[in-house]
Design a protein around this ligand. Structure first.
Ligand code: C5P
Length: 227
């Protein structure tokens, strides 16, 4: 199949508070973005679009070309927007004409294994209109009204959505063109356009690096094992 992966890396990383945009924070000698792209290039992608923060396009291209190796011609870098949704839209505008399926992946999920990409692509080939990797929710989730607890949500009815999320290209493009408000992920944009979303198993290692504790965990996971 002709698959494109849009890697959104244009977030500021406010919650990480690392002084540089999150995608350019180092895990070891490589950035979060470079690690994320390693997983992307291990999957059978035909086009890789990196959505970078304004002013960081050159750094993103350096990371992408290093991760691409001899497949540099698959890579393009575009400038992101002020919301994740705007950044994905910028990526969509750069798709090649012959792409059939689009996967959208958070650079912040730097350690997502290639298996997750493969499961999403397989589900698209089976005819899905939208595919989300999910994990069970392990915490007890409380409904709040300000500071007050007003209820507990039955966690067996919940799942946590990861990326890459995959869609047939036309469905994703039309859903983005029709979106009239901000959604927190791409499956929500496509669901709002009336499509059924299917799920595949996510992977615990595909967690999103959001807080300083997440960064510590990611760094520990990529650190060489001491002799
Ligand atoms: O903020 P959050 O961690 O949920 O962002 C998820 C992903 O979306 C990150 O990889 C981030 O770089 C990206 N993003 C973006 N453009 C924005 C906001 C977030 O590409 N304006």
């Amino acid at each position: 199949p002709r698959v494109a992966v849009i890697v959104v890396a244009a977030g500021s990383g406010t919650r990480l508070d690392a002084g540089v945009p999150k995608a350019f924070v180092g895990l070891d000698e490589h950035t979060i973005l470079r690690h994320a792209l390693r997983g992307v290039f291990a999957a059978p992608s035909m086009q890789v679009i990196v959505v970078a923060p304004a002013g960081r396009e050159g750094d993103a291209l350096t990371d992408a070309e290093e991760a691409a190796g001899d497949r540099r011609d698959l890579v393009s870098v575009v400038t992101g927007g002020s919301s994740r949704q705007a950044s994905v839209a910028a990526g969509l505008a750069a798709l090649w004409g012959d792409i059939q399926y689009v996967l959208v992946h958070d650079a912040a999920r730097a350690l997502t294994p290639p298996d997750v990409f493969a499961r999403v692509i397989a589900e698209l080939e089976a005819g899905a209109a939208g595919v989300v990797p999910v994990m069970p929710v392990v915490d007890t989730i409380r409904q709040m009204d300000g500071e007050a607890i007003v209820g507990v949500v039955d966690r067996s009815t919940l799942s946590a959505a990861q990326t890459p999320q995959g869609f047939p290209r036309g469905i994703l493009e039309r859903a983005y063109a029709a979106a009239d408000r901000e959604h927190t992920d791409d499956a929500a944009v496509v669901a709002a356009a009336g499509h059924a979303i299917t799920t595949v198993a996510g992977d615990a290692i595909g967690f999103k690096i959001t807080t300083p504790a997440d960064l510590d965990r990611a760094r520990a996971l990529v650190a060489p094992v001491p002799p």
